[in-house]
Design a protein around this ligand. Structure first.
Ligand code: ZN
Length: 241
């Protein structure tokens, strides 16, 4: 029986590598993205570009890359735009998190992805969350995802497996994984076409890709790429569980 997976694909660096990881393992891979009025919604355009370029990188990708689903979650945008109090606005400014940050966002994404997977008869869900470069998102933690797997399995009365191939990789190891999975061509695609910058800035091209170069997401990506160049081998997760 062929194996099928659904990848939460935002157009960011991590979800692009997670998609390549899934394409190496599953016979058919579908993708889902969410439009919630994110400030960095340029990443939605990156999704289209990356999906368009992947089939040319490998016959396997061409064969396995299936449908794309874009789900409108405008309600999340309402929360992020209007529900921010003055106090929390200052707190966000201090942490460097984008003010469009929605608490528990991944819990909502996973619930929609699971409902979609159910309808599509898909058992495996892949997401590029990571707690190694902890950026202040508690819904990216391994325990959160494991708890969601249990809750979704019970709530849908169907066993779903949530895969998080990047959970214990830092950004340098994620670049290394891209190269291990798809060579320089995939690495180039990740650098050139995936998006990380919170400000949605793609006007400047750095060695590590496009971005403002100053926001926390850009800093993480720039530092990770520099570390990757120093140690380019995919040594696997720094912490195995
Ligand atoms: Zn930036």
């Amino acid at each position: 029986m062929s194996s099928r997976a659904l990848v939460l694909f935002s157009g960011g660096q991590d979800s692009t590598v997670a998609l390549a990881w899934a394409l190496a393992r599953f016979d058919e891979v579908e993708t889902v993205g969410f439009d919630y009025g994110q400030r960095h919604r340029v990443e939605l355009d990156c999704r289209t570009v990356i999906r368009g370029k992947l089939p040319a990188l490998s016959p396997l990708y061409a064969q396995r890359l299936g449908s794309d689903h874009l789900i409108d979650l405008a309600a999340l945008g309402v929360i992020s735009e209007t529900a921010l109090t003055r106090d929390s606005e200052i707190a966000f400014a201090e942490t460097g998190l984008p003010t469009t940050f929605v608490p528990g966002r991944n819990l909502i994404f996973l619930t929609f992805a699971a409902a979609l997977a159910y309808r599509r008869g898909i058992r495996h869900i892949v997401l590029g969350v990571c707690e190694t470069d902890y950026s202040g998102y508690p819904d990216c933690r391994d325990d959160t995802i494991k708890a969601m797997q249990v809750a979704l399995g019970l709530g849908l009365d169907r066993r779903l497996v949530l895969h998080t191939p990047l959970m214990w990789r830092d950004k340098a190891q994620t670049f290394a994984l891209a190269r291990a999975l798809g060579g320089e061509a995939l690495l180039d695609l990740v650098v050139e076409d995936s998006h990380s910058c919170y400000l949605g800035d793609r006007s400047t091209r750095h060695a590590w890709g496009h971005g403002c170069g100053r926001c926390p997401a850009c800093e993480l990506r720039a530092n990770g790429y520099a570390a990757y160049l120093t140690s380019p081998d995919d040594s696997g997760p720094s912490h195995d569980t």
